[in-house]
Design a protein around this ligand. Structure first.
Ligand code: MN
Length: 749
């Protein structure tokens, strides 16, 4: 058999595997799926992926994820098979419409990237916005996009390093949080772990091997913890399953980062999950909608009772932490998540998290409400519709903002934790954590927000910047004389509020600018200067003002006295200054492309490009780094794990420069160490002695604070590389009284 024949068979066998996951569809649907496969197979013929495999492997894999892992309908499977044909082949929109109809075409267009005709400041942000716009019409767009992204992440090792970083960062910055927000926890976790693996392979592997090394011990602990619990639970007569679930590598890493602790101090490496099977009621055909609703309500009550019954068994066996009870059953999360979480003390003195849920709740938690939206149940459909309509509202509010602003507002509004607040009439409003009275006011109505002067929170009078907590009842107070102020922006969390405030201020500024423009033209008339484009540009340069509308605003608000123009009018030479052009985006991409031809090495003697070390993460030799090219400052160097860098990679993929350290770096770098320990006389001297004994290390600052016999301090040091820092850390740890020494970045401090 020749190679071509072998490949044909390989393609067919992959298709058969997909077919196995589609067996529940109708005959006609299966026919259409076959048609879509044949169509895509023909279109992608002779095209290969970076790995060398036939391209069609990718759409088939995406379709399989769509059918099996997300559980979507036949139309989605068809769209998944066709999702890359418009972008990558000669197939036209019309062909798709003719063969598969309007719905399929619309979804595919939502999945197609904008082509490189225009170079956007942030192409990724623009694509993401477009995808969200289509998603608000048809949620399947985003769900198929997740499948596409997941398969690309699973096969990312075949891409170039800078592409890898770009895709992985974008995934971590946008797709993973969005998957979480829509309740697709399995996909979220896998996307995070894969992104982490490609952005920080060393850290990833380190945690992975530590997880493996402690596996036996962990499993033994889980078994011992579960055994007595199992017996007690069996006595309830409920049908349940109990398992220990290890947390994801990325979430462990996050914990180590945010709490600044080493691996062996992360105690909740796993959670215990109890899943209860409650038989579904047998519904005879004669019930009407109202009766059906009643039956379902009764079933939900049984589920609730069972979960709390199990909770009572657990807390009578183990001591529980009352602050750690999370009741997502009586108040489900906005993405539909339902469960009861509690943390209990094990016999060996370790806190253990336990999650209690029914089989139905577990299904939603694993695969997301999205997959269930088509199903019968009203309450769930409502939750999901609400989510989608929230997204739609937000998009329509933000139409006028640029793509980058849009994406950051979207993140702000959708990816934060929530609090539950109430109107005086008891209506619940879900707001992001740390939301203020102003957010609440804008959530009710734009006009209420604009006129908000404060509120009564739980009957106590508070200001408009008051930060709300879970369960607060809020009555907004307004005044007709109130107008939004610019500083309000700093005290709101929701994109809705930001959008209203910006619009109100913009409108007011526009009014003032219009008045200013009138004043300006009158004045120019007096001075006999024509208000031509050319003349106005010259004056802007002369007065060092960025643009005309700013100038008009300054004039209108009295911050630019018009008599300054008299001087200008008497100085004809100054009228003829040249106007400088700003360099455009295109040249940025070209420069970066040239830079990325070979891996850039950072050295103190670079020819014609400057390196600037970012102050947010203070990279030092030995750190994994990435660079961003900016025309005005050269290459900005960040640690790869720096949050700012992740945002930059995700928005400005065209600026990424691959970097490595030079072997012989002579420059000293600033690094921070956090130390704590038991306070005693002379400890500061001991610390400084250790440091000054190192010839190549210089101290910039030392800061110690003592509190009740315990001290905490930070050291800022100029050092050469990570090796030196590790060596110093070891020496400091040996000082009597010191409990821990760890590196910190200024953004996590
Ligand atoms: Mn694709």
């Amino acid at each position: 058999m020749d190679a071509a024949e072998l490949e044909k068979r390989a393609i067919l066998s992959r298709y058969k595997a997909l077919y196995q996951s589609c067996k529940h569809f109708t005959k006609n649907e299966l026919k259409s799926i076959r048609k879509a496969f044949d169509f895509a197979n023909k279109a992608h013929k002779d095209i290969r992926r970076k790995s060398g495999e036939p391209y069609i492997f990718h759409p088939i894999a995406v379709a399989e994820i769509v059918a099996k892992e997300i559980g979507l309908d036949a139309t989605s499977v068809i769209c998944a098979l066709l999702h890359d044909v418009i972008e990558d082949t000669v197939v036209e929109e019309e062909d798709i419409r003719r063969e598969f109809g309007d719905t399929v075409l619309k979804i595919i267009l939502g999945l197609t990237k904008i082509s490189g005709v225009f170079e956007y400041e942030s192409e990724q942000a623009e694509n993401f916005r477009r995808m969200l716009l289509t998603m608000s019409d048809d949620i399947r767009v985003i769900l198929i996009k997740f499948a596409d992204r997941l398969h690309n992440m699973r096969t990312l090792e075949h891409m170039q390093p800078d592409k890898r970083l770009k895709i992985a960062s974008e995934t971590l910055f946008l797709y993973a949080p969005l998957a979480g927000r829509l309740g697709l926890y399995n996909i979220k976790t896998e996307l995070e772990d894969l992104s982490f693996k490609f952005t920080e392979p060393e850290e990833y592997n380190k945690i992975l091997s530590q997880m493996r090394a402690t596996r036996f011990e962990r499993e033994k602990f889980i078994q011992e913890f579960i055994a007595p619990l199992k017996l007690e639970l069996m006595k309830t007569g409920l049908n349940f399953e109990i398992k220990g679930r290890t947390k994801s590598i990325y979430s462990i890493y996050r914990k180590m980062q945010t709490q600044n602790i080493p691996f062996d101090q992360v105690f909740d490496l796993f959670a215990i999950r109890i899943i209860i099977d409650i038989p579904e009621p047998y519904i005879r055909e004669m019930v009407n909608d109202k009766q059906l609703e009643e039956i379902i309500t009764a079933q939900r009550q049984r589920e609730k009772d069972a979960c709390f019954k199990i909770y009572n068994v657990i807390t009578s066996l183990y001591h529980s932490n009352p602050n750690r009870l999370r009741d997502w059953i009586n108040t489900p999360k906005a993405n539909g998540y339902e469960a009861l979480h509690t943390t209990v003390m094990s016999k060996t003195g370790r806190w253990v998290e336990i999650q209690i849920r029914t089989r139905r709740m577990d299904d939603i938690a694993e695969r997301g409400l999205a997959a269930h939206w088509k199903y019968k149940e009203k309450s769930q459909a409502n939750t999901f519709d609400k989510l989608v309509s929230d997204i739609r509202d937000m998009i329509s509010l933000q139409k006028n903002h640029n793509a980058e602003e849009f994406v950051s507002d979207f993140k702000l509004n959708f990816f934060t934790d929530e609090i539950y607040t109430f109107t005086p009439k008891g209506k619940m409003l879900i707001l992001p954590k740390n939301a203020t009275v102003l957010d609440f006011a804008y959530e009710i109505h734009g006009n209420i927000g604009n006129r908000c002067i404060g509120a009564k929170v739980n009957n106590k009078l508070v200001g408009r910047y008051y930060v709300l907590s879970n369960g607060d009842q809020v009555e907004i107070l307004t005044s007709d004389k109130q107008q939004p102020e610019e500083e309000w922006i700093n005290f709101v969390k929701t994109a809705k509020a930001i959008s209203f405030i910006k619009d109100a201020i913009k409108a007011r500024k526009k009014q003032i600018a219009e008045k200013g423009y009138e004043m300006l033209t009158q004045k120019l008339k007096l001075l006999n200067i024509e208000p031509s484009q050319k003349n106005l540009s010259r004056m802007l340069i002369y007065f060092k003002i960025s643009d005309l509308s700013t100038w008009n605003y300054m004039i209108g608000s009295g911050r630019f006295p018009l008599h300054l123009l008299d001087e200008y009018a008497q100085n004809p030479d100054l009228k003829k200054k040249k106007i400088v052009d700003n360099s455009d985006n295109k040249s940025i991409s070209e420069i970066v492309k040239r830079l990325n031809k070979d891996l850039q090495t950072i050295s103190s003697t670079t020819k014609n490009i400057d390196f600037e070390y970012a102050t947010c993460c203070n990279p030092i030799p030995g750190d994994s780094i990435v660079g961003f090219y900016f025309p005005d400052k050269g290459i900005e160097v960040h640690q790869i794990k720096c949050e700012k860098a992740i945002e930059l990679m995700s928005h400005h993929g065209n600026r990424i420069v691959n970097l490595k350290w030079n072997e012989q770096h002579q420059v000293a770098f600033l690094a921070g160490l956090k130390i704590n320990g038991a306070d005693r006389i002379g400890i500061v001297r001991d610390i400084t002695n250790v440091i000054s004994a190192e010839e190549q290390i210089n101290m910039r600052s030392i800061n110690l604070e003592s509190n009740g016999g315990i001290f905490e301090g930070t050291l800022m040091l100029y050092i050469q590389d990570t090796k030196q820092l590790e060596y110093l850390t070891e020496k400091l740890e040996k000082i009597e009284g010191i409990l821990s020494v760890s590196r910190f970045d200024s953004h996590s401090a």
